[in-house]
Design a protein around this ligand. Structure first.
Ligand code: F6R
Length: 619
């Protein structure tokens, strides 16, 4: 949540900051701002609204200079207005910062600073840090014990020890015109190294195209950036050597191309992203999957007697598919846990319980905390993650990357199908270590290999989804119903609809409907039945009939060639027929498209839905 960008070097900074904020906007988009330090003066432009509006403001009132910071906000403390937008000034304007995270003890600190005479101009928790820094600089100057860079580092350190909560910070000091200071606890920051220039950002997307050398800052580190130098100091360990990594991301990866929205682009990328998730991961000779980064021996893997998958939101839905797959194919007792619950719960876990944190961003605060808690208890913790170099990817004992490329649309689509693909491979892998026969393993591999082509075919239902969307987009409520592997698909379909179209939607196991949600059924409430052919197809059909009997409109997601369904449902969206355990990869496609078209017809901002942000780095 919130996007930070910073630059120090030889180029004019304004456009670098604005361009970076555009690329970070998916992290938060209620307001934006930049600050530029030039000739000992800090120039500030900030505004509630989108980065585009800030761009307009700075084109009318440009800022000159070659070092600066910028921020795109997802409000936590204080309403959305110009004043609460970042950057924030401290003292009499001698300190300027941008902050991502939450300061839990801000109210106490604020009172203490007010008692010392500091005037607050915003309702944010971040302004507290700015004033605290100003106070510490003043105090250290008066003490006279340190000067130059050391003085500012000391001021930052003595400020940070007073903060409770999380932060990614980029700070300018008026009196220190050749250094940009950054620090983190719990909120990601990545530093880009250029030719006589340095960048800092909340994630790598704004760095692509500028540099391919990056350093991921760790918790409790402060970095001091100047045009030609980068120093990192750890709170406990002192100076550390920056670990330079290669950034494998092109600026074009984040471009929209000919699509009207990132979400649609990402939906249509799925044949390719699923292929990427499988590439190099089949061992045909042994009819199993291979993973390069699990970092566990075969013996350790064989000892695993329980798996806990932990995640949030869409990633949790992928985890639920994973639970079904691992239990069916590997016979390992598996649980999918909401990370926000697991981090504070204390469920019994056997010594050989393995944890998988499933996450697109690799930065979700709850998933990270749940993973750390399990790691602390000595369990092997692995990540199924899309974002290379993210905190979860780095802190996990090992893991599996999705290789889906940057997901910019706030509603997750391609990451979901990649997660499900990887979880299927994992079930195959663990299955082949245990009960699954060679022919069964080979069959799974050949079915998986067909998936990209079948997803390509499934995408042909786009026009039908548009037609169905047009018929129902004014509805106020939707039900999504499915059973077994299609229950998580129903949950995911409902989540997609509510997050981008603001229509109330509930996902339920189809038979569970009779225990409550059926009361919602009326002529105005469409029920979306995910009913591809499966072992309990007749049972789902009975559930569908129950809705029809109560005059509820039914939209069915069914397999091509299913003539029966056409007689029962009001509308049918056909998708290719696949094995039951692979249906989530196919059946989720029409649900993504349906939500997309409904949101477009309702005039919603598909890629930037209200109140949401892509990477949830606060608890
Ligand atoms: C929904 C969505 C969210 C995320 C959730 C977890 O479309 O995107 O529900 O799935 O915030 O995010 P990651 O996967 O980045 O941990």
């Amino acid at each position: 949540m919130c996007g930070i960008i910073g630059y120090i070097g030889h180029q004019q900074v304004q456009n670098i900051l604005i361009d970076g904020l555009h690329r970070l906007e998916y992290r938060g988009y209620d307001s934006a701002g930049i600050a530029v330090l030039e000739g000992g003066e800090i120039g500030l432009r900030k505004k509630a609204g989108r980065v585009q509006e800030l761009g307009q403001l700075v084109s009318e009132q440009p800022l000159q200079g070659s070092m600066g910071i910028g921020h795109t906000r997802w409000a936590t403390h204080g309403e959305v207005n110009d004043a609460n937008s970042h950057p924030h000034l401290g003292g009499d304007g001698e300190v300027c910062l941008v902050h991502n995270g939450v300061i839990e003890n801000y109210s106490k600190l604020r009172k203490a600073l007010q008692a010392k005479g500091y005037e607050f101009h915003t309702a944010t928790d971040s302004e507290v840090i700015a004033h605290l820094l100003a106070f510490e600089v003043k105090r250290l100057k008066e003490d006279g014990d340190s000067e130059g860079q050391a003085l500012y580092v000391n001021a930052i350190q003595s400020t940070l020890v007073q903060l409770k909560g999380t932060y990614g910070l980029a700070v300018l000091f008026e009196d220190c015109p050749d250094k940009l200071f950054v620090a983190r606890v719990g909120s990601p920051l990545v530093i880009g190294i250029g030719e006589n220039e340095h960048f800092v950002a909340s994630d790598a997307s704004p760095l692509a195209g500028h540099t391919d050398e990056v350093v991921y800052l760790s918790d409790n580190e402060i970095a001091i950036l100047s045009a030609g130098d980068l120093q990192i100091i750890h709170r406990d360990a002192g100076a550390v050597n920056p670990k330079i990594e290669v950034l494998d991301q092109q600026a074009a990866d984040s471009e929209l191309g000919d699509f009207p929205h990132y979400m649609l682009k990402e939906i249509f990328e799925q044949p390719q992203t699923i292929e990427n998730a499988m590439r190099g991961r089949f061992n045909d000779d042994e009819a199993t999957a291979v993973f390069g980064g699990l970092n566990l021996t075969a013996q350790q893997l064989r000892r695993i007697d329980r798996v806990v998958l932990t995640a949030c939101g869409t990633s949790w839905h992928a985890g639920l598919v994973g639970e079904y797959l691992l239990e069916e194919f590997a016979r390992i007792p598996t649980e999918v846990e909401y990370a926000s619950e697991l981090r504070y719960r204390n469920p019994p876990m056997s010594e050989n319980t393995m944890i998988f944190a499933i996450t697109q961003s690799g930065e979700t605060a709850d998933t990270l905390a749940a993973m750390r808690e399990c790691k602390r208890k000595g369990h092997p913790t692995l990540a199924i993650c899309n974002t290379v170099g993210s905190t979860i990817a780095r802190e996990a004992d090992g893991g599996i990357y999705l290789h889906a490329g940057p997901e910019i649309g706030v509603a997750s689509t391609k990451a979901f199908t990649s997660q499900v693909t990887v979880l299927t491979l994992l079930a195959l892998f663990f299955g082949r270590m245990r009960h699954l026969s060679y022919p069964a393993g080979s069959r799974i591999i050949s079915h998986l290999r067909e998936i990209p082509e079948l997803v390509e075919q499934a995408l042909k239902c786009n026009e039908m989804c548009k037609y169905v969307a047009d018929k129902y987009y004014n509805s106020n409520n939707f039900l999504y119903l499915g059973r077994l592997y299609n229950f998580p698909v129903a949950l995911e379909g409902a989540l997609k609809l509510k997050e981008i179209s603001y229509i109330h939607a509930e996902g339920y196991p189809a038979a569970e409907m009779k225990h409550g949600p059926i009361a919602l059924v009326d002529e105005q409430t469409p029920s979306v039945f995910v009913v591809p052919r499966c072992g309990i197809y007749p049972k789902v059909i009975s559930n569908l009939e129950e809705v029809k009997a109560r005059k509820g409109p039914v939209i069915a997601i069914a397999c091509q060639g299913d003539d029966k369904i056409a007689e029962l449902a009001d509308d049918v969206i056909f998708v290719p027929d696949v094995e039951e355990y692979l249906q989530p990869l196919i059946a989720s496609i029409p649900l993504q498209l349906l939500s997309y078209h409904i949101a477009v017809l309702r005039g919603c901002n598909v890629d930037r839905p209200r109140n949401l942000a892509k990477s949830v780095t606060v608890e």
